[in-house]
Design a protein around this ligand. Sequence first.
Ligand code: PHE
Length: 426
Amino acid sequence: MERWSSRLVFILAAIGSAVGIGNIWRFPMIVGQNGGGAYLIPYFLAVVCLAVPLMILEMAVGRHWRSNLVASFGLAGRKLEAVGWLVCLIVLLILSYYLVITGWTLAYLVFSLLGSGVSFSAFSSSLQPVIFFMISVLVTGVIASLGVNMGIERIVSFMIPFVFLILLALTLFSISLPGFRPGMDFFLRPDYSMLSRPEVWIAAIGQAFFSLSVGMGVLITYGSYLKTDADIPQSALIITFFDLLASMLAGMVVFSLVFTFGLEPAAGAELAFSTLPRAFGLMPYGRVFSVLFFALLFSAALTSAISMMEVNVAAIMGQSGVSRKRASLFLVILLAGIGAPSALSYSSLDLRFYGSRILDLMDVSVGTVGLSFSALLVAIAFRWFISDDVLARETHLSRRQLSAVSNLTKYAIPIALLMITVAMIM
Ligand code: PHE
């Protein structure tokens, strides 16, 4: 089995998984809509009390058994392999529409390079989204087929420093804009009355898991390639710090631009693909900024997609004994099929199901409910069926820290996740 060449590349890969579309367009909007600065309270609590302990548990399990996700479930309990496959399926479904959006970011990177301003409505009423989706699937598949050292490591070592460099440059520029202050006001002015609303807390917990890529076996898989002497809790804190940093910087950049150019603070795809390009069109050197912004978005999305791919590649290789190349090829074909309806829903075909676009449906079903359900399965399987000794040996935490992590993962996380899953289904 391959191993990460160093702890640094493992951390870069985990940051690559964490920092994604979720940080750059989801986090700023959720904050703006859910009480500004006040929302940061439930968000930090969810990150520190729920997501980080589960992250530590996942890495410990991964390194302890050095197995893929399905085999790890099998080792936790005799009949649990099927549950492992279910989690793989949820990850695959999330990946299928995540790659559609990755395709959009690639398309806009190409448009910015060519200097052709294409509106999102024109883009999404052509067949281009499908073509760029297929390219994204292929690129992800090729990187996965090259393996941990030759594929994932090389990509993240180059792309993650680049992501933070661009983010920093964009932030410095945005501070000089006249819209910086009103932007920060919208982004961070606290509205404490929002804290009494349960949906604000639910949004915070969901975003914490999604953003840190926790609860889908990514860190079990990545953790299985980790060397024995790497410090797990410290790695978890570093990964979390950089994920939070990326989210906060992205919020500063996005809202400074929106308020400087008097645009509507809109949500999701609307923001990245129509609002911000309009700002780029209005500013000096707008083309340079637009290239940088979409290069940032594409790199962040690609390194997240690769991590979801690796969960499935490792599971298929490990469980069926086929080579990495074959497992990757199989997944590329499968993903092209499963993702096609999502890609077509934002194309000239305008594919819908009961009036909603398939991609939006995927995001609320597997992306939100599915993710919290899979995190629930991971938390229960690995906490209840694993002894405290394993956790102690892998993490070297002090007694007090260990009992905190142990109790949080054993009780708080399952209860919180169960509540959100039920609340969201209703
Ligand atoms: N964390 C990624 C983001 O913020 C998404 C993701 C979720 C990636 C789960 C892998 C696993 O965009």
